[in-house]
Design a protein around this ligand. Structure first.
Ligand code: CO
Length: 318
C-alpha cells in the first residue's frame, strides 16, 4: 500500500500556531457557554426522545360542538371560547364540529371548521402531546358516542398522544340533571308572571340517551308547576306539551331553546312563522307565545357546567 498521503508537518508548533489554537479554544468555550444552557432544558423536558430528537410537551383543549351554520348562533360559541380561555390561559384552544352538513355549509362560505378526527390529526402533526377534548353536546347521544369512538381510535394510534382525555356533555349524571334544571328555572325572563309558563324545546333523539330529556321534563315539573319541556325529534313531543298546557289552563308561555345555540331549530321550528312551528301550533291552541332566542351556552352559569367537566378532563392529562 503505497498510497501517497499528505506528509505530516514536521517539527514543533510555532508560537503563531499556538496563539491561533488558544484563540480557537477560547471561542469554542464561549460558544458552548451560550449554547449549552439553551439545549439542556429542551432535552430534560422531553418525555420520550425518539431517535435522539427531543419532543417537548404541548397541551391543547379541543372544543367539540355539533356546530351551527347560522351567524346568530356564534354568540354561544364565542361565550364558551372566552370562558374556556379565561379558565385555562396557558393552554391552546381549538374547535371542531361533529356535523358534516354544517361543516359543508360553512366551508362553502369559506369558513373551514375541522371534524374531530381532522382536528386531532392536525394536533398530532403539530406536535401536541396532551389533548383534552370537551364535548359541548347536551346529552351523551349519537354525536357524543361517535366522538368517544374517534377518541378511542386515536388512543390506539402508534406514535399518538401521550394523553388524550374526553370531557362529558352537559347532562351526564343525576347531579348535572339537578343542577341544570335549577339553572333553567332561574334563567326564565325576569318579567315572567306567575301565570306564565316556560316551555323548553330540546332536540330529542332516537338514541337511548333521550331519557335525559324525559328526566329533565320531570325534574322541571317538580321544581315549577308551569315549566315544561318537549323535543323536536324525540319524546316528550310538542303534542305532549300542548296537552299539558291545556290541562293546566295555561294561556301564556315563554318558548326557550334547551339547546346550546339558538340556531335553525330555535329560529324556525320553535319561533318561526310557519304553520307547524311551536309558536304557531300553540298559538292556535290558545297559548300566547313569547320566544326567547338565546341558546343555553349564552348563559354563563350553564357554561360553568361544561367547564367543570372540562376541568376533570384537563386534570386527567397529568
Ligand atoms: Co337537528
Amino acid at each position: 500500500m503505497n498510497t501517497p498521503s499528505a506528509a505530516p508537518r514536521s517539527g514543533f508548533l510555532s508560537v503563531l500556531d499556538l496563539r491561533r489554537l488558544l484563540r480557537l479554544a477560547l471561542l469554542l468555550a464561549l460558544a458552548s457557554a451560550v449554547a449549552i444552557p439553551l439545549i439542556v432544558p429542551l432535552a430534560a423536558g422531553s418525555a420520550q426522545a425518539g431517535h435522539g430528537a427531543a419532543k417537548a410537551e404541548k397541551s391543547c383543549i379541543l372544543l367539540v360542538a355539533f356546530g351551527s351554520s347560522m351567524d346568530e348562533a356564534q354568540a354561544s360559541f364565542d361565550n364558551i371560547d372566552r370562558k374556556v380561555r379565561a379558565a385555562f390561559p396557558d393552554t391552546d384552544v381549538r374547535w371542531a364540529y361533529t356535523s358534516r352538513i354544517i361543516r359543508k355549509k360553512l366551508a362553502a362560505r369559506g369558513r373551514v371548521i375541522p371534524s374531530p378526527a381532522e382536528a386531532l390529526a392536525t394536533l398530532l402533526d403539530e406536535g401536541y402531546t396532551r389533548v383534552a377534548v370537551q364535548s359541548l353536546h347536551t346529552i351523551p347521544g349519537q354525536e357524543y358516542g361517535d366522538l368517544e369512538r374517534t377518541i378511542e381510535a386515536f388512543r390506539r394510534m402508534p406514535e399518538g398522544f401521550a394523553r388524550l382525555t374526553l370531557g362529558r356533555p352537559l347532562l351526564s349524571s343525576t347531579e348535572d340533571l339537578e343542577r341544570v334544571a335549577d339553572l333553567l328555572i332561574t334563567l326564565a325572563p325576569k318579567q315572567r308572571k306567575a301565570e306564565q309558563a316556560l316551555v323548553f324545546m330540546g332536540h330529542g333523539t332516537e338514541h337511548p340517551a333521550n331519557v335525559y330529556y324525559e328526566a329533565m321534563a320531570a325534574r322541571l315539573a317538580h321544581l315549577d308547576g308551569r315549566a315544561f319541556l318537549g323535543t323536536v325529534e324525540g319524546y316528550p313531543t310538542l303534542e305532549d306539551v300542548a296537552r299539558q298546557l291545556d290541562a293546566a289552563k295555561i294561556k301564556q308561555a315563554y318558548l326557550l331553546p334547551f339547546m346550546s345555540v339558538a340556531g335553525d331549530h330555535a329560529r324556525n321550528d320553535m319561533a318561526g312563522d310557519e304553520d307547524d312551528s311551536w309558536k304557531s301550533v300553540l298559538t292556535k291552541r290558545g297559548v300566547a307565545c313569547t320566544p326567547v332566542l338565546k341558546g343555553t351556552a349564552e348563559y354563563d352559569a350553564v357554561v360553568d357546567v361544561w367547564l367543570d367537566h372540562l376541568s376533570v378532563a384537563v386534570e386527567a392529562l397529568r
